[in-house]
Design a protein around this ligand. Structure first.
Ligand code: ZN
Length: 469
């Protein structure tokens, strides 16, 4: 087992930090620009003696583990193997991972030799020679015999394949699951014909916790857009058509799965368009919001799933309009009778209030602002929310960048303000005073925004006074 203490002894925090931050000595410390928040004057401080860092700007701090976890969005275990490699400490490879890797090779070979399985894949629109690209395999009908001969039954059991269970696995198509470090940790298996449940998985082990894994994520680079679909074949059809997708594999979407998607720029949930699909989408949205990921969704035409639609032409899938969370809420609420609408809104509001993410807070504000309109005056209420958001935004460039990153700038109704803020965020610059004024001037084209203008100007004056501009 790798031990954090062993690794720390062999690693220099200064060296690791220096790869992403230019450090300058200042007394017994080293200072630089903080990589965790945007700044112009260094407030990020490294103590080489104690091997600790601290940022006076944003309060980030800790040891080398905290640093790489935060910088790369790693879990502790990922940080452990990353730093172990840097320290030249070899991780003892879990023999189960090697065993499962061996099974995967066997399953893929078996598939290529099976006419029946290849015919099945062809019917599902997957060219058999491409099956390997997506990890599809076939469990041989004599797996139990093979494992017994190799004396691997015990190892198989520890890897989630008990002797009793192997019989059910045999003859099924297999789909491999990989963890964040790229280790194969378990399989799902689909029956081609015969009896038994349509899908089964290898049993849960400390390596294989299916609720925290997403099928297909190992095939993607973690950036750009990603679609979250339900089925393995949905995912594979998308991938085969060059559409980035991951599959939940039938389980309901979890926070651990949401966290896996944090590196992507845009997360689009693509479940069925029916009532159950919409409900599942809303549930997934809640999970994503709680993890600070701003969600989008597409809804498939009746009777279609991503698999069937993509096979009719990828454009038909890609051209479906993406709706964001707020639109969806507006939609749902709009269709309910007033009594249930209020109830639904209250539920939603209490969920958002309890959720710890920054995104939840902002959404709550927006919902409060938007739905007050039913009871109170429309324009006024809307503008007040906008004003508040603007006020907060003008106070901090990091906030603007943060919002952009989370896709939350879309939450700003006024297109002029939205575009200007997006520009500031994209150019990672502190808007100069003239740009602020420009922005405010443009905001005046909106009715009743005099109020907003005045507020923002007062605010700016105050800020300028503080900074001695
Ligand atoms: Zn900082």
């Amino acid at each position: 087992m790798l031990r954090a203490e062993d690794i720390k002894k062999n690693i220099d925090l200064v060296e690791i930090v220096s790869e992403s931050v230019r450090l300058k000595r200042s007394g017994r410390y080293l200072m630089g620009l903080c990589p965790f928040h945007g700044e112009r004057h260094p407030s990020f401080c490294v103590d080489p003696e104690r091997q600790l860092f601290y940022c006076f700007g944003c309060g980030a701090g800790g040891d080398v583990f905290n640093f790489v976890m935060r910088l790369h969005n790693y879990t502790f275990h990922e940080a452990l193997s990353f730093l172990a490699e840097r320290a030249g400490i070899r991780e003892v490879v879990d023999e189960r991972v090697d065993f499962l890797k061996g099974l995967q090779v066997l399953f893929q070979k078996t598939l290529l030799m099976s006419k029946r399985a290849k015919a099945y894949l062809k019917r599902r629109g997957i060219a058999p020679d491409r099956a390997g690209e997506f990890g599809i395999g076939l469990c041989p009908k004599n797996l139990l015999e093979i494992l017994r001969r190799k004396n691997q039954l015990l190892l198989a059991e520890r890897s989630g394949l008990k002797e009793k269970f192997i019989g059910v696995f045999q003859g099924r198509l297999t789909f491999p699951f990989y963890d964040r470090s790229g280790n194969l940790v378990g399989f799902a298996a689909r029956r081609i014909n015969g009896q038994g449940p349509k899908y089964i998985n290898t049993e849960e082990t400390d390596l294989f916790k299916k609720r925290g894994l997403l099928f297909g994520i190992n095939f993607l680079k973690k950036r750009g857009k990603v679609y979250v679909v339900e089925g393995y074949f949905d995912c594979i059809s998308c991938l085969a058509a060059g559409i980035p997708a991951v599959a939940t594999g039938g389980t309901s979407f979890t926070a651990d799965q949401a966290r896996l998607l944090k590196g992507f720029d845009r997360v689009v949930v693509a479940f069925d368009g029916d009532k159950a699909g919409r409900a599942a989408t809303m549930r997934a949205f809640k999970v994503l919001v709680a993890c600070d990921v701003y969600p989008y969704a597409i809804f498939l035409p009746k009777g279609e799933d991503p698999d069937s639609l993509v096979r009719k032409g990828r454009e038909r899938f890609l051209c479906l309009p993406e709706r964001d969370l707020f639109e969806l809420i507006k939609d749902t609420i709009g269709r309910l009778p007033p009594q249930s609408a209020v109830e639904r809104l209250n539920n939603l509001a209490s969920f958002l209030r309890d959720s710890p993410s920054a995104l939840s807070k902002l959404l709550l504000e927006r919902i409060k602002g938007a739905f007050g309109i039913k009871i109170k005056r429309q324009a006024k209420k809307q503008l007040d929310t906008e004003t508040r958001i603007l006020e907060i935004l003008l106070s901090s460039r990091e906030l603007v960048e943060d919002l952009k990153e989370k896709g939350l700038l879309e939450a700003i109704e006024n297109p002029e303000i939205r575009e200007a803020l997006r520009y500031f965020a994209e150019h990672k610059m502190l808007p100069p005073a003239s740009a602020y004024m420009n922005l405010l001037a443009r905001a005046t084209i909106y009715p009743a925004s005099q109020d907003l203008k005045e507020k923002a100007i007062r605010y700016l004056k105050r800020k300028r006074a503080c900074k001695g501009l």
